[in-house]
Design a protein around this ligand. Structure first.
Ligand code: DLL
Length: 429
């Protein structure tokens, strides 16, 4: 066994560690303007320390919109001098959600990632090529430091520039890559197109995450690229990648329960569901100084696998994410809310009120097309002015959602009209 004692604590010990650390989280939470108000509203005093799961459930939930409302510093529990980094992700409107980190926060995150990579069979002789975007998105930086801590040689290529990725993989004998599943499929297509043989590469494993994918997709990547693929789950609000990770048995992802309390709730009644039933994953942070989160509703649908795992780790697993309980789209790993697109269209002069958002597969990648009607007053046969309007919408969308959509403008009255609830999003992936 090559894992630390905390990964194999007996259930009772793990739970008492959780309750201890929950005390710390509540202490931190009371330092933030947001939770001071929210906990007071819920009748929770500063000395409240749950001693049972029933008591724990008295704590209120936190949702993404709360983070938005608390922007920029309402959820900050530490003085400015202690903060060394922040990450942000898109919200339902232009206001991002922001998570701050102290040095200790980054170090515990790196520790979780290190153990995750170990669980997937990575070691210090591996060469790790990180094909996830480095930036406000947590995919790049998230695995980077844990991979270094494990002692791997880390190549921070970031996303895209596929020909350069090949060169790096070949010249530095990359053995493990980290990417979205769709990018790995794209890599395979590109290899075929460019005549790059599998034998030129030294790959043995891939870590995939950041977007939903099925067991069939995993199998397809494994067969096409002849590598061993591991699922990695996370979200920026809970650090990023490394919240839950598959071990070599690939039978669900161990969610690190010394760092998070996990619950599965019914998204309608908000009541907890028993292990094995599918519902929404809710997590409470246990080790975070700068931005503690209490009962954060991830909107991701999954179930808890409580049976012991053959690897010997006692942290319970979650099943592959089955979907979301909100309307967030994940397009090539980037989170997009339909409301962000609507907002751009509705504030653009010359655009009518009917539109459609089409998400489909184009090869291995996702393609986003925004079809919108032109306002009757603005419609003209002059292609130059219509092209300028298309360009304007494209750029405004790119600025808002960080991805480049195809934009189609239509004459008024062309797109389907909805009598009831409009189906704006057509996702055929
Ligand atoms: O996607 C963090 C991440 C990066 C995880 C790289 C793994 C690898 P966000 O941009 O905040 O953070 O998006 C989080 O992406 O709530 C899920 O809906 C989805 N997601 C992330 N990983 C998986 C996965 C990063 N393995 C949202 N399977 C989450 C299915 C996933 N969905």
């Amino acid at each position: 066994m090559s894992f630390s004692k905390v990964e194999a604590l007996a259930r009772g010990e793990l739970e008492s560690l959780q309750f201890d650390r929950l005390g710390f989280t509540l202490e931190q939470a009371f330092k933030t303007p947001f939770y001071r108000g929210r906990l007071k509203e819920a009748g929770i005093g500063e000395d409240f320390r749950p001693g049972s799961w029933e008591e724990f459930q008295r704590l209120p939930f936190t949702v993404k919109d709360d983070l938005r409302a608390a922007y920029p510093v309402g959820l900050l529990a530490e003085p400015h001098e202690k903060i060394v980094r922040l990450h942000a992700s898109s919200g339902t409107t232009g206001i991002p959600t922001v998570i701050y980190h102290t040095k200790d926060d980054l170090s515990s995150w790196a520790g979780l990632v290190r153990r995750s990579l170990c669980a997937a069979g990575a070691g210090e002789s591996d060469v790790f090529q990180n094909m996830m975007t480095y930036g406000l998105f947590t995919g790049g930086f998230g695995l980077h430091y844990g991979a270094e801590e494990l002692g791997m040689l880390v190549i921070p290529t970031g996303a895209g520039n596929t020909m350069r990725q090949f060169r790096m993989m070949r010249d530095f004998k990359t053995t493990i890559v980290h990417a979205t599943p769709s990018y790995l499929l794209h890599i395979h297509e590109k290899m075929r197109e460019e005549g790059i043989g599998r034998e030129e590469l030294f790959l043995r494993k891939a870590i995939v995450g950041g977007e939903p994918h099925s067991e069939d997709t995993r199998r397809k990547i494994e067969e096409l690229l002849k590598i061993d693929v591991y699922n990695c789950y996370g979200l920026s609000e809970l650090n990023g990648p490394g919240v839950a990770f598959e071990c070599v048995h690939k039978a669900g992802m161990h969610l690190w329960e010394d760092a998070y309390i996990m619950e599965i709730i019914d998204p309608d009644t908000l009541l907890p569901l028993p292990d094995g039933e599918t519902g929404e994953l809710v997590c409470t942070t246990l080790q975070r100084n700068a931005t503690p989160l209490i009962r954060y509703r991830t909107r991701d649908l999954t179930r808890i696998i409580a049976e012991p795992c053959a690897c010997g780790r006692t942290h319970r697993r979650i099943a592959r994410i089955m979907g979301r309980s909100d309307d967030m789209l994940i397009i090539n790993g980037v989170n997009v809310f339909p409301s962000q697109i609507e907002e751009v269209l509705m504030r653009s002069r010359g655009i009518g009120s009917n539109y459609q958002i089409i998400v489909e597969k184009a090869g291995a990648l996702d393609k986003l097309t925004v079809k919108t009607e032109i306002a009757s007053s603005a419609f003209s046969d002059d292609t130059r002015s219509m092209n300028a309007l298309t360009r304007y919408i494209k750029e405004a969308l790119k600025a808002s959602i960080s991805i480049n959509p195809a934009v189609e403008l239509h004459e008024p009255g062309i797109l389907p009209v909805w009598e009831g609830k409009a189906t704006r999003v057509i996702d055929t992936r």
